[in-house]
Design a protein around this ligand. Structure first.
Ligand code: TTP
Length: 196
């Protein structure tokens, strides 16, 4: 049976994959995450996830192994919100997200040397209004800094979310239902397959 490498430095993705009982090793990859001019948000997350998977395949220690990679972006009015570069950008993101709905796009890629599958998961998150004092306190907590859109639904940021339509695990960074389906297609083990 071939082994699986997760091409990610995200502790969230690692924890989510562990949650469904998948044996895997980690691969460190680094790709350029700058959006291309006129690129749609959907094309952007797909491309970046594919780039991460390709970068993983290029450094695979085992030629028969598979690579899993993902990319998550918050999208507001077609605008891609990545990780905030600094406090000012983080506060501007929270102000823009306050009191309205946005989309969270997560693309996952599972690939080996002979096959490559991509899946895009689109979720909608609605925030209640956030005032400036609360936004500043939230930024100062340190939680938003390495998160797309400058918040974490799995952390203190949960208090902003009054509605979610879609996949909670996709918003956190790895859609588990779709990931399990891809793993099954590649014949890779997860809890229900290995049980018994
Ligand atoms: C919206 C949202 C994002 N995030 C995180 C998930 C991702 O780690 C991060 C989006 O950035 P990504 O570039 O998708 O991932 P990453 O750089 O953290 O990790 P990798 O090495 O796999 O490229 O934002 C949350 O943890 N919670 C949330 O609610």
């Amino acid at each position: 049976m071939s082994s699986l490498y997760l091409a990610s430095a995200s502790p969230r993705r690692r924890e989510l994959l562990q949650q469904i009982g998948v044996p895997f090793s980690l691969l460190a990859v680094s790709v350029d995450e700058t959006p291309l001019p006129h690129e749609t948000a959907e094309d952007y997350v797909r491309r970046v996830a594919l780039d991460k998977a390709r970068a993983g395949l290029a450094v695979l220690p085992d030629a028969d192994a598979c690579v899993l990679a993902a990319d998550t972006s918050v999208v507001l009015d077609q605008r891609i919100l990545g990780k905030p570069a600094d406090r000012a950008e983080g506060l501007a993101m929270l102000a823009a997200l306050s009191g309205r709905s946005h989309r969270v796009l997560t693309a996952i890629v599972l690939a080996n040397r002979g096959a490559c599958e991509v899946c895009l998961v689109d979720s909608e998150v609605e925030f209640r209004a956030i005032d400036a004092t609360e936004a500043q306190a939230y930024w100062d907590s340190g939680e938003p800094q390495d998160k797309a859109g400058g918040y974490a639904i799995q952390g203190w940021g949960a208090v902003f979310v009054n509605q979610l339509r879609g996949s909670y695990s996709a918003v956190v960074g790895l859609p588990l239902c779709e990931t399990a389906q891809l793993l099954d297609r590649f014949g890779l083990p997860r809890w229900s397959k290995s049980a018994g």
